[in-house]
Design a protein around this ligand. Structure first.
Ligand code: GTP
Ligand code: MN
Ligand code: MN
Length: 613
């Protein structure tokens, strides 16, 4: 086998001796029948092979459809662990375990588990080439699932050059994915066999027991977020966050602003980055997409500005409710010819059409040929079965270049300077449309107390409120107290401090449940207000929890909203907020070593709410 593995690497020009040793080790351990090195240029051949094998199905010109195993459709947080060799790396959310325990456990599960399969070797880069953070960006994913290779080619930059020419040839992330026998893994039971482990201080990722993107695309979630967060902290150099990143140009003044921010999974990052609608506000603004899920932030020692890069190369977006009104950009980016992939939506094998809830108001009237995300024919459904046709966490995968409003300079290795950091979640009451925060500690405090309703992006209960610090709860790699201190340190170095804001597009009417704010394309309006506030052009209204817009400051041209709904989303409900502060205190008390300035912010806000109430 060793000779064959070396031959495959020779043929692909994979010369890095450390990578070759790593590939040989895992080829042997997993028992893979053969090894294949993947570059982006292999995509069309891999697509043909996947079609021939029935792993993907045609979904129109240059579009493809796949289903993941029905018990394997979301990230599994309880099965996710960030391990290390240092017990003091244990936090509340990282499920820390020792590397000593995890490595043999995972090796045991993976031993022989790829027998009869091909192991794809995917050298990748999670950064625009030439980035100052490039030293943290290289990795090699090994996977025994061809569809994962197709996704990786879209979501990251893939090719042997990214690992052959490393300044330190040993400084790549080792990311091993073994699918396992999906039908016998006891998903969600006490006998669950799955393990999704990142060993932070060994820069090694070992994922066993899933082929769903959120668990299997190791460049994206495991490296881009967990490993990078650990590296950013260990080196002291940067932050890696589950953030979207957009640019807004005001053509009247010629100024360009960059805003990044975190919303928990399935809470609107992709939508915000793709759909802000400048056309709704005359011809004055244009909005550019930089990223929708991950940003790495550093302060440039020369000009003292905060720069953000999107380490990804593609978009892995939620399909549900995506349509021409909510997110036309997403539809364009998965248009015919874009080589996009769909996962777990509804599919018509006769016509190759696809559908998901919210694509059109009603599902196709003629159900002939239509099957739901599990592959069951709609025409054979039992009477009264009205379960969704598409899985609520079904996704589309496309490359950044397909996004219609992709920024011209999205590959600028330096990244873009940040003006604002926003946080937001699904919150049905209490949280106003936007509240701005000008103090760094208060901004970090706001991120740490981000709360949102749970969604289907992770296994769990939909709709239940839970805290999700900075939207990083599923990706926390080291203790939360140290995380807060690292934030204060990195952002504190910046000469130009960003403005912070908390946004909420999801406040609902308590009676009939309708969303009070139209959301989607209209979310540009509060962001423009935020930039005006930062520029001193508007004053807003100071409240104990931040500055909120007055009605006349918010651009409401052409907006359809009931006056009483607008009043509600621009009001602070003091009673609800005072209640919330008690929950926050309990939440923050879980974290050891939280910086005193965070507690000071908490006490200051609590006291201000009491004084007003
Ligand atoms: P991940 O990719 O899982 O990290 O999630 P995300 O933050 O990118 O979420 P996404 O933008 O895909 O949105 C998830 C869901 O929220 C979709 O079903 C959207 O239709 C819905 N959504 C997004 N923005 C808005 C909004 O402004 N208003 C309302 N009501 N729904 C929204
Ligand atoms: Mn995400
Ligand atoms: Mn997204």
């Amino acid at each position: 086998m060793v000779a064959a593995v070396d031959q495959a690497m020779d043929a692909a020009g994979l010369t890095n001796p450390h990578v070759r040793e790593y590939v040989n080790y895992w080829a042997e351990l997993t028992g893979a029948e053969r090894v294949e090195v993947v570059s982006a240029s292999d995509d069309s051949r891999l697509i043909k092979e996947s079609l021939a094998a029935g792993e993907i199905l045609p979904a129109g010109d240059g579009l493809y459809y796949s289903r993941s195993y029905f018990k394997d459709t979301a990230r599994s947080e309880e099965r996710t662990i960030v391990a290390s060799n240092n017990p003091s790396d244990a936090g509340v959310y990282n499920n820390w375990r020792s590397a000593e325990e995890m490595r043999p456990l995972l090796e045991g599960k993976m031993r022989g588990a790829s027998a009869g399969k091909t192991m794809y070797v995917i050298p990748y880069l999670m950064a625009p080439p030439g980035s100052p953070l490039e030293a943290y960006a290289a990795g090699v994913e090994l996977t025994d699932h061809r569809t994962v290779a197709l996704h990786m080619i879209r979501m990251s930059r893939v090719g042997v050059d990214f690992v052959n020419n490393l300044a330190d040839p040993n400084s790549f992330v080792r990311a091993v994915h073994v699918t396992g026998d999906l039908e016998n893994l006891g998903q969600g039971t006490p006998e669950d066999q799955r393990y999704f482990v990142t060993i932070g201080d060994e820069r090694t990722i070992l994922h066993f027991g899933s082929s769903y993107g959120g668990n299997a695309l190791l460049g994206k979630i495991a490296h881009g977020l967990r490993q990078a967060a650990y590296d950013g902290w260990a080196s002291g150099e940067f932050l890696a966050e589950q953030f979207m990143l957009v640019g807004i140009t005001d053509k009247k003044t010629g100024k360009k602003y960059h805003i990044c921010g975190g919303f928990p999974s399935a809470s609107g990052k992709t939508n915000l980055a793709m759909t802000l609608a400048p056309d709704a506000l005359g011809d004055r603004y244009y909005v550019e997409f930089y990223g929708d899920d991950i940003a790495w932030l550093r302060v440039d020692p020369e000009d003292g500005k905060i720069y953000a890069i999107n380490p990804e190369f593609g978009v892995f977006g939620v399909a549900k409710d995506t349509n021409a009104a909510t997110n036309p950009g997403a539809l364009d980016s998965v248009a015919p010819g874009t080589q996009s992939l769909f996962t777990n939506i509804a599919y018509n094998a006769d016509t190759n059409e696809v559908w998901w809830e919210g694509k059109t108001p009603e599902p196709p009237a003629d159900v002939t040929g239509w099957a739901d995300w599990k592959g069951n024919l709609i025409s054979e459904r039992a009477e009264g079965d009205d379960s969704p046709w598409a899985h609520p966490n079904s996704r589309f995968t496309t490359t950044l270049a397909n996004v219609p409003n992709i920024a011209a300079d999205f590959e600028n290795p330096k990244g873009v300077p940040i003006d604002a950091v926003i946080f937001g979640g699904r919150t049905r009451d209490r949280e106003p449309l936007i509240r701005a925060i000008t103090d760094l500690a208060e901004g970090v405090y706001d991120g740490l107390t981000l709360g949102a309703e749970a969604t289907f992006a992770a296994e769990g209960v939909d709709g239940q409120l839970r805290y999700d610090p900075m939207s990083m709860r599923p990706f926390m790699a080291y203790p939360e107290g140290a995380y807060a201190a690292h934030w204060l340190k990195v952002i504190g170095q910046a000469k130009d401090q960003p403005i912070f804001a908390h946004v909420n597009w999801f406040q609902r009417d308590p009676e009939d449940g309708h969303f009070l704010w139209p959301g989607y394309r209209e979310n540009l309006r509060p962001l423009l207000w935020l930039m005006e506030l930062k520029n001193g052009e508007v004053k807003g209204r100071q409240t104990p929890v931040g500055i909120i817009p007055t009605k006349d400051e918010l651009n409401l041209d052409g907006l359809e909203i009931k006056p009483e709904d607008l009043d509600t989303i621009l009001t602070i409900d003091n009673d609800r907020w005072r209640q919330e502060m008690g929950h926050r205190e309990k939440h923050l008390k879980q974290f050891d070593g939280l910086p005193e300035s965070i507690w000071e912010a908490h006490r200051r806000i609590t006291a201000d709410l009491e004084a007003e109430g």
